[in-house]
Design a protein around this ligand. Structure first.
Ligand code: HEC
Length: 180
């Protein structure tokens, strides 16, 4: 009677199993790396490649993203234009009267005109009752109301850790008076 193959080559079955385990380990490592590279939240994308500069950079051809490490803590006493630029608002928004703010990723910020329309929208489920409050809510909690035609989760969620009360107030005061 023939001996079973496995005992003709002692150890070959074990070697094969070890090979499978190692191969699975390599595949798992590769897939974790791939997964990390395709960050799905644009507001968190590019973490780690940040460079400090006065103006948060936007990558040409890509969805602009502003990363937390690019945005300095604001004192609220900065000149208004600087406040909008250093916070990264200018990368995504066009703001009349703020020359460098020509971004197109978010809505044109004319809240004197659009603020009352947002509050009157039956889809509006936030807690603001005035345009000033609506603007502050939009900055601190962008998901409270997503402007029709724009994507949620593009505007960063961490402005509450970067802008103090004075900065928020000055931004809102400016924006609520922009009409067209
Ligand atoms: C990475 C892009 C991005 C950045 C940076 C950004 N926003 Fe936005 N913002 C958006 C998008 C997209 C929307 C529309 C979707 C939504 O409502 O969340 C929006 C919505 C808003 C709205 C509501 C506008 C409306 O017409 O109702 C306000 C107000 C606003 N942003 C202010 C700011 C301010 C102030 C800053 C800087 C402190 C800022 N945003 C930074 C992308 C951005």
């Amino acid at each position: 009677m023939k001996k079973p193959k496995s005992s003709q080559f002692p150890g070959s079955r074990e070697t094969f199993l070890i090979f499978i385990v190692v191969a699975c380990g390599i595949m798992a490592t590769l897939s974790v790396n791939l997964f990390n590279h395709s960050a799905s939240d644009p507001s968190e994308a590019n973490m780690g490649e940040s460079t400090r500069s006065d103006q948060p950079r936007s990558v040409p051809g890509k969805v602009p993203s502003v990363v937390l490490t690019d945005v300095p803590l604001s004192t609220g006493t900065e000149p208004l234009e600087k406040l909008f630029v250093q916070s990264g608002c200018a990368v995504c928004h066009t703001i009349p009267g703020i020359a460098p703010a020509l971004g197109r990723e978010g809505p044109r910020l004319v809240l004197g005109t659009n603020g009352p329309l947002r509050l009157a929208d039956p889809q509006y489920q936030g807690t603001a009752t005035t345009v000033r409050e609506y603007i502050q809510e939009s900055i601190l909690n962008p998901g409270a109301y997503v402007v029709p035609g724009f994507s949620d989760r593009v505007m960063p969620r961490w402005y509450g850790t970067r802008l103090n009360a004075l900065a928020l107030d000055r931004i809102a005061e400016y924006l609520e008076n922009v009409k067209e």
